[in-house]
Design a protein around this ligand. Sequence first.
Ligand code: PDD
Length: 287
Amino acid sequence: MTRIVYLNGEYVHESEAKVSIFDRGFLMADGVYEVTSVIGGKLIDFNGHAIRLARSMNELMMQPAITKDALLEVHRELIALNDLQEGMIYLQITRGSPNDRDFVFPDPEKVKPTVVLFTQSNPNMVYNPKAKVGMKVISISDERWGRRDIKTVQLLYPSMGKMMAKAEGADDAWMVEDGMVTEGTSNNAYIIKGDVIITRKLSNDILHGITRAAVLRFAGEAKMTVEERNFTIAEAQDADEAFITSASTFVMPVVSVDGVDVGTGIPGPIAARLRAIYLEESLKTAI
Ligand code: PDD
């Protein structure tokens, strides 16, 4: 089945959606993106993703491209047109195509942003078999730029990180800077020691995960203790449990770090509980 995608105000077949070779997303990675999960045909945390998108664009001095209401309408229309039950909506907004290559930002009055959205079906997101066995991660040096809080499409290093992990028979990589874990290549990283959930605090060093915000809120409501602080790979290897969060994996246990078992080497009870709470609570507010 070919998808119907959204491109600059129109719904078209994926094969007909064409973007200029001069688009700044293509030439300069001058664009931002969001990934919003869909369960039972409904959007999880749409509001959070819309707010972060507006912030990312503002930080890059991009003009607002579409109102929040219109964006919600496009998400819903794509879910309906593609009969998406479970999966994701990918959204990308670039600074548009000035019809030539130039480092200087084009005049926003003359060059409109390129807005692209498409669906990605994944029927195994909720009952993901990985949640039962857990993920293996390796550590790699964090070689990304200094504004990781902005969700840009500069994904070459995260992509290389996933390949490094794959080459070592692992599922993903945790990035390390100044001896401390920043985050996963496409997710936020956590360890659990005793009954304390530990994760790096928000700064420009990491993406401000929408799933992270929800999970920490639910953990607080469930009277779990959360410590927002840096941690090392050695601490992760010595932890009782570890996990990651993202819109595409929700809460996913990590059972091995650089070949060393975390805890008993199988998914632990706290991560499993957090995954269950996250899914249950998020579905209540899905739209
Ligand atoms: N990645 N950190 C990084 C570097 C990410 O790329 C992501 C999301 C997260 C988690 O953010 P959220 O909870 O808002 O999804 C943290 C998306 C899913 C992706 O690139 O596919």
